[in-house]
Design a protein around this ligand. Structure first.
Ligand code: UD1
Ligand code: MG
Length: 340
């Protein structure tokens, strides 16, 4: 079995595309700053990207750039902020990202969108491993409904020959269920050359990163692919998707907790965030909302109906609606035995 590790000579440059407008969120908060279980959308992507140990990390911004840049400085101070100019499109976004990097940049460049909160490190490590020996590798996935996505078009030999956007696709191409995730690895030098040759001749008048794929194919450059889990690459476009992905992530956090010795009586009414920790043999009753750095010590029980924000619950303590006049505790309070 191939070991999924990234060797230091292949540490990638990661470019995160966060310049898009996110209009369908109907929000004054930039889309990538919306929260899923205690971490922003872009925060989840950066967390996943850390698994490939980026040599350099670039985040491309434009829409509400000051808010996004301030957030990135806060959560990933090592990241380079690159500003996208007025030319729209994912291809231009990557081009602008490269402008913030050395002219003689070498090695793999991993490109990812910023709005996919369930993206995990294993997927990116797998993509990097699949890229060994390739010039370009596309992370693809299969979905039951490919509406809106770029379709992966393959030749008779099964090699990717182009990615066709939904709006530009023929009726036959619309039948394809393999889609582009918007995550790729490119050889740096090749990417630079190919981006310089991009135009805006498509339905949206944008500079499409996906045109790099068809141009490379025409030049006989081998293009690899790596099939990922559809949920990992699902992007948030509106608040319906935001809620759906939050619920999946919450369920995963609870499953991890349950496997580690936490009894969760009603996962469907229990909400936790990524920073919440539990010791073994703890009990979480229905309606518990645990956020921030809340920690639940061994033998403790919480709920029903409590909201604990960054609260330390000591060993054996029972925090419940019935026992407390305050059901909501905030700001680094600590509850020890005898107080409950
Ligand atoms: C893109 C892909 C499509 C893929 C889909 C996956 C292209 C042309 N299409 O389509 O093949 O199936 O993602 O979700 O690449 N962004 C910028 N600057 C821009 C435009 C976009 O930084 O000028 C960023 C967005 O913030 C986002 C990502 O790029 O993080 C994808 O952009 P989006 O507009 O969502 O592209 P799609 O039309 O969904
Ligand atoms: Mg999109």
């Amino acid at each position: 079995m191939r070991e999924l590790t990234v060797t230091s000579e292949h540490r990638p440059t990661v470019i995160v595309l966060a310049a898009g407008a996110g209009t369908r969120m109907k929000s004054s908060t930039p889309k990538v700053l919306h929260d899923v279980c205690g971490r922003s959308l872009v925060g989840h992507v950066l967390h996943a990207a850390s698994a490939v140990e980026p040599e350099r990390l670039v985040v491309v911004v434009r829409h509400q750039r000051d808010l996004v840049a301030a957030h990135i400085a806060d959560i990933a101070p090592e990241a380079i902020i690159a500003d996208q100019d007025e030319i729209p499109g994912t291809g231009r976004a990557v081009w602008c990202g490269l402008q913030a990097l050395p002219d003689d940049l070498e090695g793999p460049v991993l490109v990812t969108a910023a709005d996919t909160p369930l993206l995990d490190g294993d997927t990116l490590v797998g993509l990097m491993a699949a890229h060994e020996g390739n010039d370009i590798t596309v992370l693809t996935t299969r979905v039951p409904d490919a509406t809106g996505y770029g379709r992966i078009v393959r030749d008779e030999a099964g090699i990717i020959s182009s990615i066709v956007e939904h709006r530009d696709a023929t009726p036959e191409q619309l039948e394809i269920d393999e889609i582009n995730s918007s995550m790729y690895v490119f050889d740096a030098g090749l990417l630079r050359t190919m981006l310089n040759g991009l135009g805006t001749d498509n339905a949206q008048g944008e500079m499409y990163l996906t045109d790099v794929i068809s141009n490379a194919y025409k030049q006989g450059i081998p293009i690899g692919s790596y099939l990922g889990d559809p949920l990992c690459v699902e992007g948030v476009n509106d608040r319906v998707q935001l809620a759906a992905l939050r619920s999946i992530m919450n369920r995963r956090l609870l499953e991890k907790a349950m496997r580690a010795g936490v009894t969760v009586e009603d996962p469907s009414s229990t909400w936790v965030e990524v920073g919440v920790t539990f010791e073994e043999d703890t009990l979480v009753r229905p309606g518990s909302y645990l956020t921030g750095s809340t920690s639940i010590s061994t033998g403790a029980a919480v709920g029903p109906h409590v909201y604990l924000d960054s609260v330390h619950v000591g060993p054996g303590v029972d925090v419940s609606f019935a026992h407390h006049s305050h059901t909501s505790l905030k700001n680094d309070s600590s509850i020890k035995d005898g107080q409950s």
